[in-house]
Design a protein around this ligand. Structure first.
Ligand SMILES: [Zn+2]
Length: 426
């Protein structure tokens, strides 16, 4: 066992929700408005000179804008940073040949004020762990004669003690769809196991296979989403039968659905980490998914529409990556996020890059070296190689179709665990 300082995000409920909701609504709305101003500005620059401004350029340009002073300057800066990241991600996807990728959209006023997440950094918040209160700064435009901050009384899980953490990095106010909650990002010291080995594994997260894993020795695993798809189908049918989408019954169903999803993510991340321990993996390489963030319009993820209507937002992938990182760290395994650029269009065997993917029925086919690989596994292997370059002795193994036959793990509802699928003969 060794001690290590790691990042943790703790969710806290707000006990005085009634008192602070209006203020937080105003901040969330302000963040949405600033997002839209930034969105419009980027569009104009793009139209004029074919260039997407970086976040610091955007910030410098919009600093004097009226909307910038609705929030604490660090909070405003964060909004523009997220916007620039979303744009760069979209641009990267496009360059990768993903024509389905949409640029980040406007946060629209539908029948309610859109409530964007508001981030408070060092000077923007003050945490009082003795009284479980946090003071969140407003921008100068929203300060009234006596309240230039929002005072939230928070409650964390009983096992979380914020007074013992190394430091608190930031506090985010997040609208859950029903109320505001706080995400408190901290540095904490934890006991971790010794690293199980030096090998690497690449993880490609996606919508058909939620995760594809490519190990250094050439073997690979798939984790299909079948179980979540069935769940979604089941719950949407039951929800459709509810008379009122706001009824207690509908709420219960929605809660149950999200609890099952959370359980699935926990179980899957735990299973993957255990597999890495068994395989002597010391580094998990995950594709950075910032490029596929939803445009957040009406809270719907449009980009995913094509995939069997599974209502899976890109935050599900972020959340999963967090869980995976958290569980891996405890086992001494580090998780590195790398850009997904070119990972879907490059042949992981010979390195040949093509402009358009030649993917047939989920297989990546390389005309040069005749590799036939499961497309997601090919992506995972490319992700892995970004941290640990290919060892040439494996090429032979790969080129005879090894990557086309990954082992598949299915979620077994009976046992609530992942189990290898029986070999299917077609
Ligand atoms: Zn090739």
């Amino acid at each position: 066992m060794a001690k290590q300082v790691v990042a943790r995000t703790y969710t806290a409920s707000i006990k005085n929700q009634q008192q602070v909701q209006d203020d937080l609504d105003a901040l969330g709305f302000a963040a949405s408005k600033l997002w839209n101003v930034g969105r419009w500005t980027i569009n104009r620059v793009w139209d004029e000179i074919d260039y997407i401004p970086e976040h610091d350029e955007l910030t410098a340009y919009l600093k004097s804008h009226e909307r910038y002073d609705d929030l604490h300057s660090q909070s405003s800066q964060r909004v523009l940073q997220e916007l620039a990241e979303a744009f760069n991600g979209w641009y990267g996807k496009r360059r990768n040949g993903d024509q389905r990728a949409n640029p980040p959209g406007y946060r629209k006023h539908v029948d309610d004020h859109p409530r964007s997440t508001v981030t408070f950094k060092n000077k923007g918040f003050k945490l009082d762990t003795e009284y479980n209160r946090v003071r969140l700064s407003k921008g100068s435009n929203l300060k009234e004669y006596w309240s230039d901050f929002v005072l939230c009384e928070y409650q964390t899980r009983p096992d979380v003690d914020l007074s013992t953490v190394e430091s608190v990095q930031q506090v985010r106010a997040v609208w859950t769809g029903e109320e505001w909650e706080l995400h408190i990002v901290c540095k904490v010291e934890v006991e971790v196991s010794e690293v199980p080995g030096e090998k690497t594994v690449g993880v490609d997260l996606g919508i058909n296979n939620f995760a594809a894993l490519a190990y250094e020795d050439g073997h690979s695993e798939l984790y299909p989403l079948n179980c979540l798809k069935q769940d979604d189908y089941y719950f949407s049918k039951r929800l459709a039968r509810c008379d009122d989408s706001d009824s207690e019954q509908a709420n219960r169903l929605n809660q149950k659905k999200s609890a099952r999803r959370t359980h699935y993510f926990h179980t899957l991340s735990k299973h993957i980490v255990q597999r890495c321990v068994d395989e002597g993996v010391g580094t998990i390489v995950v594709g950075d998914l910032s490029g596929i963030r939803d445009d957040e319009e009406n809270g719907k993820a449009k980009n995913w529409g094509k995939h069997g209507n599974l209502d899976l937002h890109s935050w599900a992938f972020d959340r999963f990556t967090d869980l995976l990182t958290y569980k891996a760290e405890m086992e001494g395994i580090s998780v590195e996020e790398v850009s997904e650029r070119d990972t879907s269009k490059t042949c992981s065997c010979c390195g040949r890059k093509r402009d358009a993917n030649r993917v047939e029925r989920g297989l990546y086919v390389c005309d040069d070296c005749e590799t036939v690989a499961n497309a997601d596994v090919n992506g995972a292997e490319n992700i892995r190689q970004k941290v640990s370059p290919n060892s040439p002795s494996l090429s032979a193994n790969r080129s005879n179709g090894w990557l086309a036959q990954p082992s598949t793990f299915l979620f077994d509802k009976e046992t609530g665990a992942f189990a290898p699928q029986k070999q299917v003969t077609s």
